[in-house]
Design a protein around this ligand. Structure first.
Ligand code: EPZ
Length: 439
């Protein structure tokens, strides 16, 4: 398939300006939230990525009228209706977002069908927290070969729930269900990522009453009706960090318009420790400029974590930059048990990365003393050479692309359509940054 590969002539610094738009991991959830309103919602700065297309398709199957206005989507849920199981299965594709339709569809229709979930293969990614929470709200879950059928014969009622781990998706599940459940819900050990706070802002605009307490406690007072929202999402801090790492790995200089310092503070600390330079432009339309200042990069020891820790999605692009640092870097991945598989390809390109089952360099995590190679030691600097690469998952795939751009010579990267799930127009952005790439 010629349209699913990218030929990269690497070894040149990426220089110039690109722009990031609304965060993928907020936009897709805010689109689902529109189901809860009794009037249309308007979402601005929506990136053209595959995850948005998938959610749009699923909403349309359920009777939501979706119209585009410049870079915004208007989502009208006046005629929400049941969708056919086989059509849902066809449209859900590779996304994990369908699981978040449970609460809103139970409120709107009294029943919901959720297909088998896709998403990146970076761990088992169970949905046990989601189902336990939904059952506590009063949902009945029937598992069938084609997916999950949910009903709520007695309605959905507020509840007290403590997450075993601060899961982003399960926190969103509770929010999207509790806002219209009868009574008060208290969620303990909630995730508080900026995308979740932004979802809370959109829900608040709809009329929801949500209090975020200290110590990861969120309290939601259910209301009988919600209206549509008008919302401009936070920018995509994951995409911004990916470009920052591309600047570092290629000795480049990239200004990411739309990126905000406040969402990236933890990343910026590590970026600085490695030896990267940045400059913030706070003016409207501003962004963050990231560059390699010329001196040799330094190794770091990091541990991925839930917010406000170092995001797991920042890990893969950073590791490519760490292959260029002098000395030993340590990365302990504590969010997903299998998120280091992409390093095999980097080793094949000349990197020296050794994986370990132990929890290296930090506090023991859930994956320690089990069969998961979830720590990495990266020895650098390594001269990367061109290779043929097959994209394994979204972030791992983008890091392969960065490695190909950093390596001298001609690489071919296969399966790049996966990157379209979360990176808008990345081929055009690469060209704008001076990369020699072609389909
Ligand atoms: C979201 O995934 C993001 N995806 C991920 O980004 C991100 O890496 C992750 O949060 C962590 O920040 C979207 O927002 C669409 P989790 P999510 O529930 O919600 C375990 C990307 O590349 N868990 O916080 O699926 C789970 O296995 C993607 O943009 C359970 O055990 O992540 C994992 O180890 C990849 N049971 C941990 O919790 C459950 O029921 C965190 O997962 C739910 C989760």
């Amino acid at each position: 398939m010629t349209d699913d590969l990218l030929r990269v002539h690497g070894g040149h610094p990426l220089r110039g300006e690109i722009r990031v738009r609304g965060a993928k991991n907020l936009v897709s959830k805010a689109m689902v939230a529109a189901l809860l309103g009794d009037s249309p919602s308007q979402l601005h700065d929506v990136p053209r990525i595959r995850d948005v297309e998938v959610v749009r398709g699923l909403l349309e199957l359920h009777g939501v009228k979706v119209t585009e206005q410049a870079d915004s989507l208007v989502l009208d849920p006046s005629n929400v209706d049941t969708a056919k199981v086989d059509e849902i299965n066809v449209h859900a594709g590779s996304s994990r977002i369908p699981i978040l339709f449970c609460g809103p569809l139970l409120h709107r229709l009294g029943h919901a069908f959720i297909p088998d979930l896709g998403g990146c293969h970076i761990g088992d990614r169970p949905i046990d927290f989601h189902l336990a929470a939904l059952r506590q709200f009063g949902a009945i879950v029937d598992k069938a070969p084609e997916g999950l059928h949910l009903t709520a014969p007695g309605g959905l009622h507020g509840t007290k729930f403590e997450l075993p781990y601060p899961s982003v998706g399960a926190t969103e599940q509770v929010l999207l269900t509790a806002v219209r459940a009868e009574g008060v819900t208290e969620l303990r050990n909630a995730a508080v990522e900026p995308e979740i706070v932004d979802l809370i802002c959109a829900l608040q605009k709809m009329g929801a009453i949500i209090k975020v307490h200290t110590d990861r406690v969120i309290e939601i007072e259910g209301v009988p009706r919600l209206r549509g929202y008008n919302h401009r999402p936070i920018p995509d801090r994951l995409e911004a960090a990916s470009w920052a790492c591309a600047a570092l790995a290629t000795h480049g200089d990239i200004t990411v318009r739309g990126a905000r310092q406040v969402d990236m503070m933890t990343f910026l600390n590590v970026f600085t420790a490695v030896g990267g330079a940045f400059e913030v432009d706070d003016a409207p339309g501003g962004g963050v400029r990231f560059w390699h200042p010329g001196e040799e990069l330094r190794p770091v020891a990091i541990e991925t974590d839930v917010h406000p820790g170092f995001m797991t999605d920042w890990q893969q692009p950073l590791v490519v930059a760490l292959t260029q640092a002098r000395g030993l870097s340590i990365v302990h991945e504590t969010v997903y048990e299998r998120r280091l598989g992409y390093t095999d390809a980097l080793n094949a390109m000349g990197a020296t990365i050794q994986l370990y089952r132990d929890c290296l360099g930090g506090t023991p995590c859930r994956f320690g003393r089990r069969d998961f190679k979830h720590s990495a030691v990266i020895a650098g600097p390594s001269k990367l050479h061109a290779a043929d690469l097959v994209i394994p998952d979204l972030r791992g795939g983008f890091s392969h692309l960065i490695a190909a751009l950093a390596a001298e010579g001609n690489s071919t990267v296969y399966g790049v359509s996966l990157i379209h799930r979360g990176y808008e127009d990345f081929e055009a952005k690469l060209t704008a940054l001076g990369a020699a790439v072609s389909a």
